[in-house]
Design a protein around this ligand. Structure first.
Ligand code: SF4
Length: 237
């Protein structure tokens, strides 16, 4: 959705600072979203969702109904992920936006070689996730992510509200304080759409070629880009 007037980056940066100062480090997700609802319009806000679960879109839609939910359609997702995307679009009060890379998978194969994800996952993620997200975020003042502090050592200090220098807008992480169990409980209690792969050994779901099953009790993100040194797609670093 195109927003007619976005505030300047300086104004937004000041707002991010005041939000970070106003909200306690362990503020409830609803409190964080209420701060957004007081300071931003629904049209100026977006929710990033990988379609592993629908907790973040549901939480945000309670206070910002009709909000845009950005789904990075890399062309490489599991069937179950596309089905979850359809359920979210049908059942929640949100507007799902498919964010697509410049090139289809077939075009990328012919331009850069087949299965770039195997030869050069960093470039594949840059082309299919980072650039499309950056491009689409230019229409908003703020984006919500589902990043949690317990997901990985690189995420332990995730703030609730922060200025996202790389993308030039505010980044809000309302469920940063939640555990994986709390997330699943909220999803079950509220009968939200959920990706069936979550209960089939995939606690962290990305593109099919780069997501493996994880042994019970192992690091949830160890199934992502298994066998390589890569741990992040570049969206949150
Ligand atoms: Fe490509 Fe894998 Fe990154 Fe998906 S997760 S964009 S397939 S490298």
């Amino acid at each position: 959705m195109t927003v007619t007037t976005l505030r300047s980056q300086a104004e937004l940066q000041a707002l991010a600072e005041s939000g970070a100062a106003e909200l306690p480090w362990d503020a409830a997700a609803q409190e964080v979203i209420a701060w957004v609802a007081r300071n931003f319009t629904t049209q100026a806000s977006a929710v990033a969702c990988s379609m592993a679960d629908a907790v973040l879109p549901a939480l945000v839609a309670e206070q910002l109904p009709g909000v845009d939910v950005l789904f990075l359609d890399t062309g490489y997702h599991f069937e179950e992920t596309y089905a979850t995307r359809d359920e979210v679009a049908k059942n929640l009060r949100v507007n799902v936006v498919d964010v697509k890379p410049v090139h289809t998978v077939a075009d990328q194969d012919s331009l850069l070689g087949k299965d770039l994800f195997a030869a050069d996952p960093a470039t594949c993620c840059a082309l299919r996730k980072v650039e499309p997200l950056h491009r689409s975020l230019q229409d908003y003042e703020l984006w919500f992510t589902g990043v949690r502090r317990d997901e990985a050592p690189t995420r332990t200090n995730t703030p609730l509200v922060v200025w996202d220098e790389k993308n030039g807008l505010i980044k809000v992480n309302p469920v940063a304080t939640w555990s994986y169990e709390e997330l699943l409980r909220y999803s079950n209690d509220n009968l939200l759409p959920v990706n069936p792969l979550l209960s089939q050994g995939y606690p962290s779901i990305g593109c099919a070629p780069c997501t493996n099953k994880v042994a019970p009790g192992a690091d949830p993100r160890s199934g992502r880009w298994a066998g390589t040194s890569k741990t992040e797609c570049g969206l949150h670093v």
